[in-house]
Design a protein around this ligand. Structure first.
Ligand SMILES: [Cu+2]
Length: 339
């Protein structure tokens, strides 16, 4: 009787430990001063130059992860996005994955290139209907302008000479960073559209408002065009990170309206049904079929079909993998916030 009690007690302790273990906070996870991300238009010239220089540095730092077709650290990010295409879009992990992905990029700017600022975002509301005149497309203190000529190469600005080895889509081809700005397709970044998403009551309704056609996600991609409008290889344009930081800010603001509930609110499917997806009018359809020689993306931590907080955001070595639960509140493990 006595030993049975002790055995029971020990079993309870073990069960408690097993449940408690994933919640353990490591020293490196304690966030005392969250880094505050700001919009590009509020950075001064020195801050803009520091960010662009750090991105150029990633583009000249050799790849180390052995990922498909990547020559540089910059390419490795694009490669991970290609590898994860069907599980990182139109799935529950769309927002959490892109949160960790943009954070990993910011971290690489810091670790590899000595960047001391924070990941800026593109306040796209300011440029609705006029991406072509955005200060982000400035040739000197920006990302270069619209593409020109038949190949739509960006021929001015700091990234004009970069040879991008991945894309379009799943292809491996050396090409320039290209754009085909379409101001009409930027209307879904309008404040009224964003406000509509902010008023959504649940994660599922909020996420679909952001990602589905007619939502702010498509504005940055379709409005910039060319590589940016390719759902597979879009991180080949450095504007990708400022666009997704803007979306991440909207999610974060939405979460802060009811953090107790919304920092735990997750759902959706784990794998996208892309066969029913057609691009918005004016955007060339992209072949979304994964070639046989590119391995299927891994789904880890979610044995069912529904996305949960236990879902592991697998990043192929870009940074430590994190669960969705760990990135729900950016002011915790990732230690940042927005202005
Ligand atoms: Cu994406």
């Amino acid at each position: 009787m006595h030993s049975a009690l002790i055995r029971g007690f020990l079993a309870l302790l073990a069960a408690g430990a097993a449940v408690a273990a994933p919640q353990t906070v490591r020293d490196s996870d304690v966030c005392t001063f969250p880094r505050i991300r700001r919009p590009w238009h509020k950075l001064d010239d020195k801050e803009k130059k520091a960010y662009i220089d750090a991105e150029l540095c990633l583009m000249s730092t050799p790849a180390t992860l052995g990922l498909r077709a990547s020559r540089t650290k910059f390419d490795e990010f694009q490669s991970v996005h290609v590898l994860k295409m069907e599980i990182a879009h139109f799935t529950g992990q769309f927002l959490p994955f892109h949160r960790l992905f943009v954070w990993a990029h910011e971290q690489a700017l810091r670790d590899e290139c000595g960047f001391t600022g924070t990941q800026p975002y593109w306040a796209e509301e300011l440029d609705v209907g006029a991406f072509s005149k955005s200060i982000l497309l400035d040739p000197v203190l920006g990302f270069g302008g619209d593409g020109i000529g038949p190949d739509r190469c960006v021929r001015d600005g700091p990234f004009a000479n970069y040879t991008n080895p991945l894309g379009p889509g799943f292809d491996i081809t050396d090409h320039c960073i290209n754009r085909q700005v379409n101001d009409t397709l930027t209307m879904t970044a309008a404040p009224t559209v964003v406000e509509g998403c902010m008023n959504m009551p649940t994660f599922l309704t909020f996420w679909s408002c952001i990602e589905n056609r007619g939502g702010p996600h498509s504005a940055g991609h379709s409005g910039v065009g060319a590589q940016m409008s390719n759902p597979i290889s879009s991180p080949g344009d450095p504007l990708f990170y400022l666009h997704h930081a803007w979306l991440d800010r909207i999610w974060s603001k939405w979460q802060l309206k009811d953090p107790e509930v919304r920092n735990r609110d997750m759902g959706g499917n784990n794998r996208a049904n892309l066969s029913s997806r057609v691009p918005p009018p004016g955007v060339t359809p992209v072949n979304l079929t994964r070639p046989a020689d590119i391995p299927e993306p891994l789904i880890v931590g979610d044995p069912g079909n529904v996305t949960t907080l236990n879902h592991l955001l697998y990043l192929y070595g870009l940074v430590e993998n994190r669960t969705i639960g760990e990135v729900m509140d950016p002011s915790k493990v990732l230690c940042y916030g927005y202005d």
